[in-house]
Design a protein around this ligand. Structure first.
Ligand SMILES: NC(=O)C1=CN([C@@H]2O[C@H](COP(=O)(O)OP(=O)(O)OC[C@H]3O[C@@H](n4cnc5c(N)ncnc54)[C@H](OP(=O)(O)O)[C@@H]3O)[C@@H](O)[C@H]2O)C=CC1
Ligand SMILES: Cc1cn([C@H]2C[C@H](O)[C@@H](COP(=O)(O)OP(=O)(O)O[C@H]3O[C@@H](C)C(=O)[C@@H](O)[C@H]3O)O2)c(=O)[nH]c1=O
Length: 301
């Protein structure tokens, strides 16, 4: 069985490609160079060339701060492009898994957001992703939106890689401790998506509507940074950093507003697909070691 992957060159796309064999799935991996998802003509050409049983859309505009002044570009991809992918999947009768984000929430909650909780994005990125979700679900009854959060993997850019870089540049790192969410290793998410797709294609289970999948346990960005730096110090040589300090959001102003709280309730994906949240610490070990190896700063055994 073969799936068509859009967004193949991204952090998640690369992990999906690396893991599809473990799930017994073939893949046609299509990157931005071959297909701009905001061009219906290019999408139509790809759907015409590739014979597949299902589609995963991991393509997106993901630069959260830049999106605030690049509204058209973010809208084109996250909103219009997402909708076009769903329309074509519907035309061809193909199940679709579309990836979305915790930044669709306003962050004022205090309990994990259920899959059907109201969205209220505060940033351009979050708004375009929320509109994209609506377009996808409106265009195709055989589509599922899988929201995830705080993704990190070997093929970043991502927050973990930023922290590893800063560990070699600075003695002190200051990170916000009043934004709480769930870091997610892209390896875990890739397995979750592939498992969903495999079950959708080989059993009676139907993937429809919104699902949440993120790592556990919940954490602030500060706690996440502290865990990353702890691992850098344990495994690395030559890093400069002495301490990570908690700060408030007001002390780290950014163009885009992030949710203060974006923990998501992942019970639906577990109930319907048996897919459980992975512990993000597992991903930190793997990705920090990978980064240190790249920097030639991994301690010799
Ligand atoms: N990164 C994160 O922390 C989180 C991500 N997500 C969601 O997960 C999904 C995967 O994200 P991630 O892998 O981290 O993101 P990346 O930015 O690493 O990858 C996105 C990919 O999409 C491609 N792309 C951008 N515009 C287009 C376009 N018009 N047509 C085709 N491809 C395009 C990019 O190509 P190019 O680089 O050439 O532009 C890139 O290869 C996205 O839907 C994102 O919104 C959700 C929560 C957290
Ligand atoms: C680099 C840095 C960031 N921060 C803060 C800024 C921000 O509030 C928070 C996260 O920073 P980043 O800008 O790296 O992460 P950000 O780009 O906001 O990450 C988001 O990406 C998109 C694509 C998603 O969908 C989200 O789930 C989420 O992962 O950490 C510090 O406090 N200190 C620092 O040194």
């Amino acid at each position: 069985m073969k799936i068509l992957l859009l967004g193949a060159g991204g952090q998640l796309g690369k992990d999906i490609q690396a893991r599809c064999g473990h799930h017994g799935l073939d893949i046609e991996a299509v990157g931005h160079g071959r297909c701009d998802i905001a061009s219906k003509e290019q999408l139509r050409a790809v759907f015409g060339e590739v014979s597949c049983h299902g589609v995963i859309n991991a393509a997106a505009y993901t630069k959260v701060d830049q999106a605030e002044r690049d509204v058209d570009a973010a809208t084109r991809v996250n909103q219009d492009g997402a909708g076009f992918v769903a329309e074509l999947c519907c035309e061809k009768g193909l199940p679709l898994l579309h990836v979305s984000t915790d930044y669709v929430f306003d962050g004022t909650g205090a309990e994990p957001y259920a899959h059907d909780a109201l969205v209220g994005p505060r940033s351009v990125y979050g708004k375009t992703k929320a509109e994209g979700e609506k377009k996808v679900l409106g265009a195709h009854p055989g589509a599922a939106v899988v929201r995830t959060s705080w993704l990190f993997g070997e093929h970043g850019p991502n927050f973990l890689k930023t922290m590893v870089r800063l560990a070699f540049e600075r003695e002190e790192i200051r990170v916000v401790s009043d934004q709480v969410g769930c870091p997610t290793w892209s390896g875990h998410l890739a397995d979750a998506l592939l498992s969903m797709m495999k079950q959708r294609l080989t059993s009676e289970v139907v993937a429809q509507g919104v699902y949440h999948y993120c790592g556990a346990p919940q954490s602030s960005w500060y706690e996440f940074a502290d865990a990353i730096i702890g691992e850098v110090k344990r495994l690395g040589v030559g890093c400069k950093v002495r301490a990570v300090h908690p700060i408030t959001t007001e002390e780290y102003p950014t163009p885009a507003e992030r949710p203060r709280y974006s923990v998501m309730d992942c019970s639906r994906i577990e109930r319907e697909f048996g897919i459980r949240q992975g512990d993000w610490h597992e991903g930190v070990d793997v990705v920090v070691a990978h980064q240190l190896r790249e920097l030639k700063a991994l301690k010799q055994p």
